[in-house]
Design a protein around this ligand. Structure first.
Ligand SMILES: *Cc1c(COP(=O)(O)O)cnc(C)c1O
Length: 367
């Protein structure tokens, strides 16, 4: 029995069904299902939304990161600085191109990479940094960019932060490339996988366009070895519909967050949004005592919740060869043990929201 799901995509679909069905129908009638007009259109719309000249639709957010690294020639022997407290794909893209992730611990308040610890991670092999805008809030780019000082590439993992701003700048537009995901659980999600890279750099954009189609401009002649990673045309058509709702959805998430903040501040550490940040609250993440017991309590009460992320990336078995150990990044390790994500989706009803609040209060009163 689920009284409040963590995310209710059915509620969203019910509202959009006529528009989405028409968009899908149009693609099917045209049978231009790979790239073509629907992808061109979404790429134009997103480029306009972001105020950048280039937006390239790709198969997933994971591939957006991989293609950005490939197109910037990051390769074996290179190092890429990033956070250990993020979704797996941030680091797996680095591993995929044969480079090493050099992790830097997080700021325990925002859960984003701590700029004060970046300088000591830079070596002659550093080729890029991937700041992740976690849970919908931008990393401290204002501090990060002067440390990088143009010496290596800045690739933003904005998969969770579409529309978030930092000192008035939009997530994904502050580095050489901004990577987005249209996975259904993101603020702008398709009906399946999808992703996008945005950039102001025409040469980079052209290279990513080439790499996403096996390194070929056509006629079975291949300039280089790319991959097959195109944004699906049906996904693009659906996303063109959904993007018109994005600002309103993020506004409603922010409203839910404000209610939770007030109701829960006395018993948990509510999200800390830095003064010059506007979060889009892809996740609403609390730091709480007795986290695992709270998760069990909420589950038994039919309230969806999740732990993002239970095992920091430096401790993942597959990255053993990078040589990290428990204790290397204490703030990330502590966050992995103490945080919990609550339902924050735009369609969350007042009643559902209150049920979440009541159950959390009940748990700590009983405990
Ligand atoms: C979702 C996500 C990705 C990967 O996106 P997919 O579309 O699922 O491949 C990468 N980084 C972060 C931070 C994410 O949240």
């Amino acid at each position: 029995m689920m009284n409040v799901p963590l995310l209710d995509l059915v509620a969203q679909y019910r509202v959009l069904r006529p528009e989405i069905e028409k968009a899908v129908h149009d693609v099917l009638e045209s049978q231009q299902c790979v790239l073509g007009p629907a992808v061109d259109r979404l790429e134009r719309e997103m480029a306009d939304d972001f105020g950048v000249p280039h937006a390239i639709g790709v198969a997933s957010g994971s591939d957006a990161l991989l293609l950005a690294l490939m197109a910037l020639d990051v390769q074996s022997g290179d190092e890429v600085i990033t956070t250990p407290y993020t979704f797996f794909a941030t680091a797996s893209a680095i591993a995929r191109v044969g480079a090493k992730a050099v992790f830097v611990d997080i700021d325990p308040a925002t859960y984003n990479i701590d700029p004060a610890q970046i300088a000591q991670a830079i070596t002659p092999r550093t080729r890029a940094i991937i700041p992740v805008h976690l849970f919908g809030q931008c990393a401290d780019m204002e501090a990060i960019l002067p440390i990088v000082d143009g010496k290596f590439h800045v690739i933003e993992d904005a998969a969770q932060a579409i529309g978030a701003t930092h000192h008035g700048k939009v997530a994904g537009t502050m580095g050489i490339a901004g990577c987005f995901s249209f996975f259904p659980s993101k603020n702008l999600g398709g009906a399946g996988d999808g992703g996008m890279v945005i950039t102001r750099d025409a040469v980079l954009a052209d290279r990513i366009r080439l790499l996403r189609v096996h390194g070929s401009r056509g006629n079975y002649e291949h300039q280089e070895v790319g991959i097959n990673s195109r944004l699906d045309s049906i996904q693009a058509a659906i996303l063109s519909v959904k993007r018109t709702y994005l600002a309103e959805w993020s506004r409603r998430r922010t409203e839910n967050a404000a209610v939770y903040d007030t109701a829960l501040a006395s018993i948990a550490v509510t999200p800390v949004i830095a003064p010059h940040n506007q979060s889009i609250y892809n996740q609403y993440v609390l730091r709480v005592p007795r986290r695992d017991a709270l998760v069990a309590h909420l589950k038994s009460a039919g309230i969806g919740c999740a732990v993002y992320y239970p095992l920091p990336l430096h401790l993942q078995p597959c990255f053993k060869s990078w040589g990290y150990r428990a204790g290397d990044f204490p703030h990330a390790e502590r966050a992995a043990k103490e945080t919990i994500a609550l339902p924050i989706f735009p369609e969350l009803s007042t009643l559902q929201r209150q049920m979440v609040i009541d159950q959390i209060h009940q748990f700590y009163k009983e405990g």
